[in-house]
Design a protein. Sequence first.
Length: 327
Amino acid sequence: MSQPALQVTNLAVSFATRRGDLAAVRGIEFHVMPGEVLGLVGESGSGKSITGLATMGLIDPPGRIVSGSVKVNGHELVGLSEAELRKKRGREISMIFQDPSTTLNPVLRVDTQMIEALRAHEPGLSTRAAREKCLAALAAVGIPSPEERLLGYPHQFSGGMRQRLAIAIALLNRPAVLIADEPTTALDVTIQSQVLGEVQQLAAETGTALVWITHDLSVVAGLADRIAVMYAGRIVETGTVTDILSDPRHPYTAGLIASVPSRNRRGARLAQIAGTTPSLVAMPTGCPFHPRCDHADAVCRAEVPPPRPVAGRTVACHHPLTAHATA
Ligand SMILES: Nc1ncnc2c1ncn2[C@@H]1O[C@H](COP(=O)(O)OP(=O)(O)OP(=O)(O)O)[C@@H](O)[C@H]1O
Ligand code: SF4
Ligand SMILES: [Mg+2]
């Protein structure tokens, strides 16, 4: 088997506050192979963006990476200087931010932004050669009339097209890894899946490893190769899409799947997981899911379950479900 394009091991990020250090994410472990798509799924506040930002080396004070390793094509990123990281960003690892305005400058024409991104890594590139690359990149992400679009401004693009534009820019330098954080202005799930489908094809062709961050399991259900489910700052279950969707072993994953509307159950009431996600300042002892879990016992309340192999995937639970059980 070849080497993972991205390997994250035991990653933890904390924020310094007046009440002391708050762990936003911890024990984060996942890998993505070249050309593969990993769906990083979880509710709001579960730590998806922090995981993406930490992978990019973009955690600013009062936040910091407390421990862990992030390797791109085998090379460690944690501990590199800002100047060294800047050289890696765009060319080796690239991110599409949840807030599109972070990536796209509203006052610059699309061609100016794209040529700038190219020249950041290839200073001597001629304008003509750069324009050719930009046109190809826009066409590759399914933006119609690229010649015309290149002369426009980001606000002239619809939500879906703006996301495609951010992806085109992020992919310009053919990075080994692309992390796409779902835009805040929740796009239609159908558009999200469509964009992901196109980017997935592109990633497969270029060998880019893709991490697709979303709070909606149905966006990545049909398109990701593997899924990592986050809850309260931890990855609770990681496995192939088929394993996770058809046979979840973590009670939280099972609850999440039960709450996704399916064609078969149209009109039926969605099963909601009772209770709410814990906040960082009031994290329960032991398993963070125990206040909401039907299977919780004394061990669950006392000890954090470490991730371990269960039925071909990784599950962080003291009492993983058995095959086809329900939460
Ligand atoms: N600058 C910060 N200072 C303190 N806490 C923060 C900061 N940024 C994020 N957090 C906390 O870290 C946790 C994880 O946040 P994160 O943004 O990664 O969630 P998310 O899964 O991306 O949620 P969403 O789906 O809403 O984007 C949250 O509890 C959040 O409040
Ligand atoms: S460790 Fe216990 S509380 Fe946590 S998910 Fe598993 S069974 Fe439920
Ligand atoms: Mg987020």
